[in-house]
Design a protein around this ligand. Structure first.
Ligand code: SAM
Ligand code: SF4
Ligand code: F3S
Length: 488
């Protein structure tokens, strides 16, 4: 999560690397200045960088993928764990060297670290010229102008209603098949370990019509998969402003299930994914909608964080172990083939060996297809930092994490092996990482599938019969040499 993110194909993937850029930067530069953006953190940050690129382009700036050419360098940052912030600080030291040879270059820090540290960032990192929080990107052109005069420019105001709904994001580093679409911003949940409510502000949902428009444009441009993004998508709730003051508000409200249905109806050839689902908010309505539409992918990211009810209470997750398992079982009952993934934290304040064993046993029970596991990192200002002592020694946190990773590795391998012999509909995303003789895509459950290239092309759907697997990849053969015309 706290890594540099470049491709738009997978959420939460560790070790994604590369720089975000738009393809229209020319050698003969017609723009007033060239900008370069690098994104760290979650998919929402990556989607925000696409909004930033759009705002800058509309104001006469051009994108470059080469930071040595850039007049403006932006780093879109993450604060979720201490390590995420350390990675950004290290990267800034590299830009500091560059600034010595190009003193006119301006450096801007965007995103969650900007919001958390505010003007303090400028005191701590002298090379930084601009500090811009996640709700202040529309003011970037003005802030750049201010920084050009030699002033340090800061805007970290959080908003109760900014959603950037009217901004058409520029797709950065895109494969032309998958795109992220933000449907809401902020979070109201106040999990005690989490910095997001402080860096992203109050939860607000984006106008449903603007989401449908964005997805329709993406489909018409050849994209075949959209991932609807929010910290807690199941609490999406939008009421048309014109009707909000009438008695008619109930009919005008759009729930997440209804939104997902509207997106699915754009075309049976457009796949729909979503992330993240807080277990307390995912409803039967969402699960029934997933059942009804083949093009809504059978995959749910359902972070549990701990298997101990006592720790879950301290985390303020608002559910117990038993409640989570009941929700998990309900998903299995209604969507037996669904891929389910999770997030886990080891070594949260006061966590005992017994609590840790409960986390392991929960993971053994759920046999997740995918799990993102972290050791607890205290974040300043959070409820946990204020209320509890970070009392599990780091070596214990890390040892518990390793035990969890080992257990999960076994689960994933078994999950992959269970798919050998099955046939899946796969959306082709491009060449396999190893050879251009093979293509790769993902099935509805979000597993990577590799198969011989034949005459197939990126953006097409094909049925693949799985013949073998590794721990991270299904390997197969097309069942017919023809592509198919429905998503799912
Ligand atoms: N909104 C999602 C949810 O409710 O589960 C999670 C979003 S958070 C950006 C991604 C993950 O980072 C969390 O699920 C949690 O496992 C992890 N995380 C958040 N704060 C953390 C912290 N202080 N230390 C370690 N991991 C943390
Ligand atoms: Fe953080 Fe909890 Fe909100 Fe997720 S739901 S972003 S973990 S506060
Ligand atoms: Fe990081 Fe902010 Fe996302 S803290 S995980 S970039 S919302």
């Amino acid at each position: 999560m706290d890594t540099l993110l470049t491709t738009s194909t997978k959420i939460h993937d560790e070790n994604r690397q590369g720089e975000a850029f738009a393809p229209f930067a020319l050698d003969t530069n017609p723009y007033k200045k060239l900008f370069y953006i690098e994104s760290y953190g979650c998919a929402m940050n990556f989607a925000d960088s696409e909004v930033v690129a759009s705002i800058l382009q509309n104001n006469g700036f051009g994108a470059t993928k080469n930071y040595e050419q850039a007049d403006l360098i932006f780093v879109n940052t993450c604060s979720i764990r201490e390590k995420a912030e350390a990675t950004v600080r290290k990267r800034l030291t590299e830009f500091r060297r560059l600034k010595k040879t190009n003193p006119g270059m301006l450096v801007g820090v965007l995103g969650c670290m900007a919001e958390r540290l505010k003007a303090k960032f400028i005191e701590e990192e002298k090379l930084v010229d601009m500090v811009v929080g996640p709700d202040a990107y529309r003011t970037l052109p003005g802030l750049i102008a201010e920084a050009e005069t030699g002033q340090k420019a800061v805007n970290v105001l959080l908003s109760r209603d900014e959603t950037y709904a009217d901004i058409a994001p520029i797709r950065l580093n895109s494969n032309g098949v998958n795109a992220f679409v933000s449907i809401m911003r902020g979070c109201n949940n106040m999990c005690s370990f989490c910095v997001v409510p402080f860096t992203r502000g109050r939860e607000r949902s984006r106008d449903a019509d603007s989401i449908i428009n964005e997805c329709t444009v993406l489909f018409n441009d050849g994209y075949r998969e959209v991932t609807l993004l929010g910290q807690n998508v199941d609490s999406y709730h939008w009421v048309a402003a014109a009707l909000a003051s009438t008695n008619n508000t109930y009919e005008a409200a759009v729930t997440f299930a209804q939104l997902m249905e509207k997106v699915a109806l754009i075309s049976p050839l457009l796949r729909v994914r979503f992330s993240t689902s807080h277990p307390k908010d995912i409803t039967d309505e969402v699960l029934f909608t997933m059942q009804r539409y083949d093009n809504i992918c059978n995959y749910i990211h359902l972070p549990v964080q701990s298997g101990s009810s006592r720790v879950l209470q301290l985390m303020n997750r608002t559910y117990t172990r038993e409640w989570y398992i009941a929700k998990f079982n309900r998903i299995r009952e209604l969507l037996p083939d669904a891929g389910i993934s999770t997030d886990m934290i080891t070594g949260f304040c006061t966590e005992t060996e017994e609590d840790h064993q409960e986390s392991l046993s929960l993971m053994a029970y759920c046999k997740y297809d995918l799990a993102y596991m972290y050791f607890y990192s205290e974040r300043p200002g959070t409820l946990a930092a204020r209320r509890f002592k970070d009392d599990v020694p780091e070596e214990v946190k890390k040892r518990r994490l390793q035990e969890m990773v080992d257990l999960h590795r076994n689960n994933t391998l078994q999950s992959m092996q269970r798919d050998v012999g099955k046939t899946f509909k796969v959306l082709i995303e491009g060449f396999s990482k190893k050879t251009d003789n093979d293509l790769q895509g993902r099935n509805g459950q979000n597993k990577v599938v590799v198969f011989p290239r034949g005459n197939f092309k990126k953006g097409e759907y094909v049925f693949i019969h799985i013949t073998s697997c590794t721990a991270g990849t299904l390997i197969g053969e097309p069942v017919a040499n023809e592509t198919i015309l429905l998503a799912g």
